[in-house]
Every structure is written in structure tokens, then in C-alpha cells.
Design a protein around this ligand. Sequence first.
Ligand SMILES: [Zn+2]
Length: 373
Amino acid sequence: MAKLYFRYGAMGSAKTMNLLAVAHNYEQQGKRVVLIKPALDDRFGADLIRSRAGLVRRADICVNADTSLNYEDFRGADCVIVDECQFLSEYLVHQLRNITVDLDIPVICYGLRTNFKTRLFEGSKRLMELADSIEEVKTTCAFCNRKAVYNIKLRSGSGCATGEEIELGAEELYQPTCCRCFEARIGAQNPLRDVDHLVELWLVRHGETNENASGILSGHIEAELSPRGIEQARALKPKLSNIYFDHVYASSLKRALDTAHYAGQDPEPVDALREFCFGDYDGRPIRELPKDWVDALYTFTTDFETPNGENIAMVNARVTSFLNKLAPGRYLIFAHGGVIRTIAKNLGADRFIQNGTALIVDWTHRYIMGTVE
Ligand SMILES: [Zn+2]
């Protein structure tokens, strides 16, 4: 029995060339092909089907959303081939389905799966639902070597996810992309994440300092990144460069700012993100401090009092106050082990993360989404 085929791909996946080659093969064998295209797509003359590689041929039937196909046009046909099927109406897809059943003629539809907002087109949606066979025509991301899955619309070089679904004659605006390159370019209206409603935090702990390495308690004292810490910060660069952030902040302490710079970021310094002030204990070797106090600091379960310094409740208050003022968006924040641990504890998931790693937090719903290591 004849089948309904949906062959989908991203922009530039040579779907039309594939289509013209299939038509050519049928005709080489003396068979008859009926070519259909939506009239909507009239860039090259209403009835012309043209591949990017320059091949052209005339469509036999141009359809609008409400076109009723006449079975007489298909008598004796061996195959029906449809170009730009994403633009078909449901009504047309139903008729194509009927041709496979009533006339026993295979119908092969070529088109895009999704629009630049990553949503199915009307025709593609109905074909996904009804086709006997769904095949992907693969292509490579315009920006890397991964497989393209989405189409990005570029406006002045950066991605955009607003505007009309169909903007014909503007192909140069669209590029096939993989998921990662799409995210890196799409900016604030990313349809893949709900950041328009959420505050998402990427909390990075600064790279190792000389003091970390030698067991010196560092709160508000300045500490220098060790060579290992600089390595850790540099290693963050490729992990962060492909992610869109609405804003980048860092604790105003040098080790956090330096980590951000080595990671290729240009942060705004914020005092509220500084490490605990450890008062009289700041800058002293941890092994010389009262054992009970050190135990309380390490376990983080009961609050501790530091002479002339801050406790967990105080740090939590200043950090939470800063985070609660953030507008919806995705934020990259370079901070400290104690600050990030305080935020994690606030979320009910106490966690002390390693130097040069990050915690990803959905601050709106108060949970930890993941880590970057
Ligand atoms: Zn890519």
C-alpha cells in the first residue's frame, strides 16, 4: 500500500535538491510524478521549485490553504512529491493522506520541521501526526560540526525569536543550528528555557587561592589565585562562552573578579556577594582556631558566632536580599565557597563546591538544576 512520507530537515539541508533528484529518478524510469508546492512560497515565480544548488523545475499544482485537489490530476501518477510542506494547511495534508489511501499513490512531503521559534509549522505538525514514514534529511550546524536541529533567525548577527513565523525571501536571515549554538545566539527570548519568567543563577566558586592551598582562612581578606586556581578559571571559559547570560556579577573580592576575567567574563562587582567576614579569625591558619568553631564552620548545620564577623544568618540575609532583586533572566555569578554553600543551604541542599566549579540554580522555584565541573 502506498505511504505518506514526511522528510523533514533544518534550513539548508538540501531537501529541495533531494526532492528534485527523486522526481528525476522516477521520470528516468518512464514514470509520472506530480509536483505540488504551496502558492504562498512565490519567491521564484509562483510555480517554480528551485534548489539552492540552482536546479529548477515547474510545479504541476500550486496550492493555497483551501485548495481542493482534483483526483483527475493524479490519474496514472506513480508518485506525488510536495515541496515546502511546512506551509500546507491541515486540510491539504488530509487530502494528501487520502491520495495514498484512495488512489494508492505514494506522497513524499519535504519541508522544515520547526520555525525559528522552535515550534512545529501547521503542515509539519499534521504530517508528524499522520505520516506513515518520518525521515530526517540531515545537515550540519552553521556554526559548528554538530547536526542541525533548529533554525535560527539572525538579525544584525544575533538570534531573535520574535516576529512573524513566515518571512519569505529572507533566507539569508535563517541558519540551521544545533541546540548549543542556538542557545548561544538566541539571547533574551530563548524559547528553550523559561528564563523570561525565571531567575536562573550560575554560581561559580573562584579558583583555588594560595591561602586555600595552605589552610589559611580567607573571608574578607584579599587572596591571590594560585597557578592551579588560574588554570581552573581558564578551564571555565569554553564551558561558559556558549551560554547566554543576561548579566555577569562577581563578588568584589579580587579572587572572584580574577576568576571571572580568566574565564573570559567582564563582571560587575557586588559587595553583597563577598565571602563571610570572619572578623578576628580572618587570615589565620585554620588549625590555630577553636576546634568547636571550625567544626561548626565545616558542618554548617548549626550557626556559629565569629568574633567581629558574620554568621550564616547574616550572610544569608545580604545574599538573598541581592538575589531577590534580580529581574527574570540568566545570571552568571562569581562568588565564594561559603556564599554558594549558604545559598545551597537556603534551598535545602547543603553543598560545598570545589574551586572552579559551578552550581546552576532555579532561584524562582528554589532548586538546584545541576552543576558545571
Ligand atoms: Zn552548533
